[in-house]
Design a protein around this ligand. Sequence first.
Ligand code: ATP
Ligand code: MG
Length: 176
Amino acid sequence: MVQRGIIIGRFQPPHRGHIEVSKQILREVDELIVGIGSAQESHTSENPFTAGERVLMLTRALAEAEIDLSRVHLIPIPDVNNNAIWVSHVLSLSPPFEIVYSGNPLVRRLFKEAGFKTRKPPMFKRKEYWGTEIRDRMVKGGRWEELVPEAVAGVMREIKAVDRLKDLSKTDYLLR
Ligand code: ATP
Ligand code: MG
């Protein structure tokens, strides 16, 4: 039987820590599901990139790291803002899986209560490989390229991500 593990994050943006942890998980399971959370969000300071842009960044970065893409499934997951039904929401969108990898205690708790095996994966250079730090450096004009895979930096240039983040930091309002 094929054993699958899932990791869920917002990947705003994907960074070197995410790629390291993906490699690690793929040593333990046959296939990896990457759940792209808050998929409906984009163009805010916390969530600057669309789900499609995050899919592109992750696909390119996984390929660059020589990860066999036939072993990886990328699934955008919109928020439901209801913890009690979130696990069934994820199950409705994802290929079947047995193991849930997450650094987030709430995510582990919700899946554990639903009967799943949960594991806390190791963190790699967390003070730098951290989405909040990367977005902050991009706005302030700091060195961020070294914290993301080259392929991610390439997509960021293509979509003019620094300009977007700088604009969002000035006008972080929601269009209603
Ligand atoms: P943000 O600051 O935007 O929350 P983040 O770096 O925490 O960004 P997420 O998309 O929230 O990125 O990450 C989701 C999951 O990815 C985490 O729960 C954790 O399991 C894993 N992860 C994040 N950073 C690292 C890292 N440096 N090393 C290994 N795994 C990581
Ligand atoms: Mg996080």
